[in-house]
Design a binder for this molecule. Structure first.
Ligand code: AMP
Length: 248
């Protein structure tokens, strides 16, 4: 069984994003970029399934600028077998899902494991849209994934606790934070990754229209947090809260 893992190049999670002066978006100039953390978890899970014998090949796919090759090489260094870069900038989740559906038509993977969300746009849409486009079952927010024959059991983190669903393969899974702890790529594996296959494509190769459907009106910095004050005791705290009108 083949596993496809879509990986997105995003601003590194340690970087504090800066909004462009004209409010049209986030400034990406000279900013450290990395693989979306939920996608690292997805790559790790695919590799573990391969190591357990449940999968034979892990294919990573990124839709992004030429530099997304670095993200794909990171996934190859972790242990993925080959990569596909579909070169395009700022593709919305529906466009990404349409491209991934075309990749799946060619690859016929048993599982597609995505991150639950990209930390740059927090959309949390691509996996769900892909499942709908392919007409296949989905297990989102996975904290445990077990392949058994022609099905996969996915334990999901829901509000009230954990829910386990069984999906017939091919299926779509999206990863939550607690699924696993991704491995670091070793230096020899980073070297080896340089010679692993990386195919370069464009949306036109798949006949997919990725023109945007959304218009960003403006992007603003979050409000600056006001400094706190120290109170001597609970009585003073309650008095202050009453004065602010937030306690009766
Ligand atoms: P989103 O719906 O944008 O929050 O993204 C959810 C997941 O879809 C991500 O964690 C990735 O696995 C995948 N994904 C989204 N955008 C891309 C992209 N441009 N290239 C590859 N995978 C992507």
């Amino acid at each position: 069984m083949k596993i496809i893992v879509p990986v997105k190049r995003v601003i590194d999670y340690n970087v504090k994003p800066r909004v462009k002066a004209d409010g049209t978006g986030v400034d990406l100039a000279n900013v450290k970029m990395s693989m979306n953390p939920f996608d690292e978890i997805a790559v790790e899970e695919a590799l573990r399934l391969k190591e357990k014998g449940a999968a034979t090949e892990v294919v990573v796919v990124s839709i992004g600028p030429a530099k997304a090759q670095e993200t794909l090489r990171t996934a190859l260094a972790m242990g993925a077998d080959r990569a596909i870069l579909i070169e395009a900038e700022d593709v919305e989740p529906l466009g990404v899902a349409k491209l991934l559906a075309k990749v799946q038509e060619e690859e016929l993977a048993g599982l597609i494991i995505l991150g639950k969300q990209a930390i740059d746009n927090d959309c949390n849409q691509t996996g769900q849209m892909l499942a709908a486009l392919l007409g296949r079952p989905q297990g989102t927010f996975a904290s445990k994934v077990e392949v058994e024959g022609d099905s996969v059991s996915v334990t999901r983190e829901v509000d009230g606790g954990l829910e386990t669903v069984k999906l017939t393969l091919p299926a779509i899974v999206t990863t939550d934070l607690r699924l696993n702890e991704p491995r670091y790529a070793s230096l020899p594996n980073i070297m080896k990754a340089k010679s692993k296959p990386l195919a370069q494509k464009t949306p036109a190769d798949y006949g997919v229209d990725i023109s945007p459907r959304l218009e960003t009106l403006k992007v603003v910095e979050p409000p600056v947090r006001q400094a706190g004050i120290r109170v001597a005791d609970v009585d003073e705290l309650v008095a202050k809260l009453k004065a602010m009108g937030v306690a009766a």
